[in-house]
Write a protein that binds this ligand. Structure first.
Ligand code: GLN
Length: 552
């Protein structure tokens, strides 16, 4: 029977609750337990798929096609356990289930209320499909005291009561700030936050205190006393140089030991931390640096490309070379400025994106990479940009475009736009159809799909196989009516859907490293299993750097 660990936050947001949950999960896993991580998001959107990355950061896509919170990416990267649709819930999802039930008459004339009806649905979500797991870690988004979080706190309080202490642990993550004027770390915000939790009936079993410096024992004792905890249940979570040092650091502070003690598990094997120690060693052995430009739209916010930067980080470790990312805001840079901005880069990447703003500059970036033999990696939108660039400047189709940018009157070609709306495709044996009138939310081609690679292509070499599966999130596709024209001009479609209908990968054999993919490989990269495309891309950047150096 699964045990449940509820992770809540206090004082401020962005304390790294997601990383703390992922790290604790990986520690329990390294002691031989099976784990599952879940995220409960109190906002009213049904999922983050319709939210701007500026507001919410990256939308993480699961194998089974859910658009989820980016914390699920941390969970997957730290545990290697694929998240499922059922691992992320929002208030929007809870309420839409509730209202469907209400309309169906399921409540049999009763008054539908937050307690018990909303809280019951939250509890059902938490408990669902957990029979196989030893530990289920559920993180509540936001901080204690947020109005929209209240039903979640009430639901976990009830579970604490119903399942009992032997099956439930509450871990509260807070901040212990350093006040320079007083030259002191302050525990008062943590005390208040624990008090706020107590006022809704939850007494934390463990408090994880984030701090930028060592918290003296006297201060930890103070927190323990005011929050009704044994001293060794107040654990310090200090800032570390790399997120992949967090599991070992938390283990040294006793986090997993105290968690197991709480559950009465006294003879668990010691954690096997060799995986994390190996990563820390490889990270510290990195030498030299490559400069990689990412030309995108959400460049001001690191979280918007979380999995992407992590995948580059993994490839940086596997190549033992530091990767210096240069963020280029395609909306702020005119296309004419691109050659100045990109000069000296060892590689260029255009990531996933939506909408027309910045498109001309993204196309200029692809052109610069292609013409200057600089390694180019296009991801999803970055593949569509690469195909449009090639059609415009090599094939001689100056009006080539995507129907994502509106109908092009000039384009009278009976074949339609070069990149067009996907109107039908096969998913697990059934036909999916779409039209321009469909809802925006949850209707893209989402999740894992197989792809077949050309024998002898660069990508087949990188993957070491010709059959792959990758995660997708797109509404538009390259119109295959144009493939013959593009291929006779030198572009190779080296990856297609198994039925040969949908272009998945392009590459340019005349170029040192030019690969663009319709899927999002970044979602499957792990620190202990770097993604072959990112690994190959960083390797190509190193080669480019060394060649430029050698030839002056
Ligand atoms: N906007 C493009 C599409 O919907 C690309 C999406 C993406 O980059 N994830 O097809």
């Amino acid at each position: 029977m699964a045990r449940f660990i509820f992770i809540t936050g206090g004082v401020v947001s962005s304390l790294g609750k997601g990383l703390a949950s992922a790290s604790l999960a990986s520690l329990l896993q390294s002691r031989g337990f099976s784990v599952r991580c879940r995220k409960l998001d109190p906002y009213l959107n049904v999922d983050p798929g319709t939210m701007s990355p500026f507001q919410h950061g990256e939308v993480f896509v699961t194998e089974d096609g859910a658009e989820t919170d980016l914390d699920l990416g941390h969970y997957e990267r730290f545990t290697g356990v694929d998240a499922r649709k059922t691992d992320n819930v929002t208030t929007g999802k809870i309420y839409s289930t509730l209202l469907t039930k209400e309309r169906r008459g399921d409540y049999l004339g009763g008054t539908v209320q937050v307690i018990p009806h909303v809280t019951d649905l939250i509890k059902q979500f938490i408990l669902k499909d957990t029979e196989q797991d030893d530990f289920v870690l559920c993180e509540i988004g936001g901080t204690v005291g947020d109005i929209e979080g209240l039903p979640y706190f009430e639901a976990i309080r009830q579970l604490g009561y119903e399942l009992g202490r032997e099956r439930v642990l509450f871990m509260h993550v807070t901040l212990v700030p350093w006040i320079p004027a007083a030259k002191e770390l302050k525990t008062k915000p943590t005390q208040h936050s624990a008090k706020e939790l107590r006022s809704i009936g939850i007494i934390p079993d463990i408090i994880l205190c984030r701090a930028d410096r060592e918290i003296p024992l006297s201060e930890r004792r103070k927190i323990a006393l005011f929050c009704n905890l044994p001293e060794d249940h107040v654990i310090q979570g200090l800032d570390v140089a790399s997120i992949y040092h967090v599991p070992s650091t938390y283990h040294k502070e006793g986090l997993d030991t105290q968690v197991l003690k709480h559950f009465g598990i006294l003879h668990a094997p010691a954690p096997n931390l060799s995986r994390w120690e190996g990563i820390a060693r490889d990270e510290s052995e990195r030498q030299g640096e490559v400069n990689i430009a990412i030309v995108g739209k959400y460049t001001g916010l690191g979280d918007a490309y979380k999995s992407l930067t992590e995948a580059l980080h993994h490839a940086s470790i596997s190549n033992k070379t530091l990767v210096h990312v240069h963020w280029v805001d395609a909306r702020a840079c005119e296309p004419e400025m691109m050659s100045d901005v990109l000069r000296g880069m060892d590689a260029i990447l255009v990531p996933g994106g939506f909408g027309e703003r910045g498109v001309r500059s993204k196309i200029a970036a692809v052109k610069y990479a292609r013409e200057h033999n600089i390694p180019y990696f296009g991801i999803c939108f970055g593949m569509q940009m690469a195909v449009i660039e090639y059609a415009r400047h090599v094939v001689g189709m100056p009006h080539a475009t995507s129907s994502e940018f509106g109908k092009v009157e000039r384009d009278e070609d009976a074949r339609g736009s070069l990149v067009g709306l996907m109107t039908e495709w096969v998913h697990n044996g059934t036909l999916e159809t779409r039209s321009n009138d469909d809802d925006i939310g949850g209707t893209m081609r989402l999740g894992a799909y197989d792809c077949v690679l050309h024998e002898g292509s660069l990508v087949a070499k990188l993957y070491g196989t010709t059959k792959i599966s990758e995660r997708h999130r797109h509404r538009y596709e390259v119109n295959r009516a144009y493939i013959p024209a593009l291929e006779s001009a030198g572009l190779v479609f080296s990856g297609m859907s198994p039925n040969g209908q949908l272009p998945e990968i392009i590459e340019l054999p005349s170029h040192p490293w030019f690969v663009a993919v319709q899927f999002h490989p970044e979602f499957k990269s792990r620190p202990f299993a770097p993604h072959p495309l990112f690994d190959g891309f960083v390797k190509a950047a190193v080669t480019h750097r060394d060649t430029v150096k050698a030839t002056g």
